[in-house]
Design a protein around this ligand. Structure first.
Ligand code: FES
Length: 136
């Protein structure tokens, strides 16, 4: 099974081919926003694919249309709920926009982070980003 590495959490998870990047995040317990619940309607699951982009299926027109709503789109951008893992390993980074959405979707966790209580499982980089985002 291909391995998926999720940044900035620094988590790794093995998934079956055909698994979406958002589902991989959920399986790994990564912090990954998804305001529309994964139905390709919001762009908040936006990720940057750092390795294995060629392993993902080509984006459909609907994904490209929704991706236009996202911030900071570049050639490695995909929607986590639409891009699915192929046969090769994939590394991706959850965008700032998506982490902000995750905080908005989890008000109790957000309050704890605002108090400086970053989840124990968070990587140092994720902890730094969460503290900064929670204060905005
Ligand atoms: S979760 Fe809304 S577009 Fe992916």
């Amino acid at each position: 099974m291909p391995k998926v590495t999720i940044l900035p959490d620094g988590l790794e998870v093995d998934v079956a081919p055909g698994t979406s990047l958002l589902s991989a995040s959920q399986k790994a317990g990564a912090l990954h926003g998804s305001a529309c619940g994964g139905v390709c309607a919001c762009s908040t699951c936006h990720v940057y694919v750092l390795a294995g982009l060629e392993s993902l299926g080509a984006p459909r027109e609907r994904e490209l249309d929704i991706l236009e709503k996202a911030f900071g789109v570049n050639a490695t951008s995909r929607l986590g709920c639409q891009a699915t893992v192929g046969e090769k390993d994939v590394t991706f980074e959850v965008t700032r926009e998506s982490l902000q959405t995750w905080l908005d979707e989890h008000p109790e966790e957000r309050k704890a982070i605002e108090r400086g209580e970053v989840p124990a499982s968070a990587s140092p980089e994720l902890g730094r980003r969460l503290r900064k985002l929670a204060r905005q």
